[in-house]
Design a protein around this ligand. Sequence first.
Ligand SMILES: [Zn+2]
Length: 270
Amino acid sequence: MRLALLSLLVAALLPAQNPDWSAPFPAHTIAGNLHYIGTKDLACYLITTPQGHILINTGLADSVPLMRASAKKLGFDLKDVKILLTMQAHYDHVAAFAEIRKLSGAKVYATDGDAPYLEDGGKSDPLVLAFADQDFSFKPVKVDRRLKDGDTVALGGAEVKVISMPGHTRGAAGYSVNGVLVVNVPSVVVPLIGNKRYPNIVEDYEATFTKLKQLQPKIWVAGHGSQYDLAAKHAKGSFEDPAGYTTTIANAEKAFREKLAREKASKGVR
Ligand SMILES: [Zn+2]
């Protein structure tokens, strides 16, 4: 009761946030030892092994109780997380890194591009500049290992391949696990033209779209449940959707090109 009142008060102080970010969603298994323990929209993936677990994304700072309950339903404990990964160092995916590291002692692995943001709590991130009126910072964490494109993260027989997908953040990444593509859909949230904190942002998006269009996953998931129709696929009991992948990437590229054209027009750039 006290907790409910407190969250109401906090909600009133913060800018409107997608309620699906904090709504519970049934924990489930996607393929083999790859499980979903995120909220209705903030995807968190637990890869379990007899020697501890790998966790991709953590949601918001207050997402931990929901994640803990989801892990428990599947028979696992967040305390056994050994390695923390993210798809993008934005607060809606990494704000609970510090707490999960504290309760599990997990090591944090991050790409060269995103490691600085994790270590300064997002303060050097272009997102913070672009939304100066809102606080998108989070509790910083030290990065134990820097990842490069093509690296493999191995634990207890599980292997997670790192696929860099820069643009949305400088170090945005996806992963390949058990033949499932965990894709960071390249949506645009910061300026593309004249972005002093990220001068090569357009080139990065271009390279990422070229790369993503070459991938042909049968099963794919993403950083937000809404990006891959999580609720519908979970209800259907199947995550196979190769055509949906092609459409999703094509739509993201269209949105990127339209934003780029609008920015160029408004700034008189050719
Ligand atoms: Zn983001």
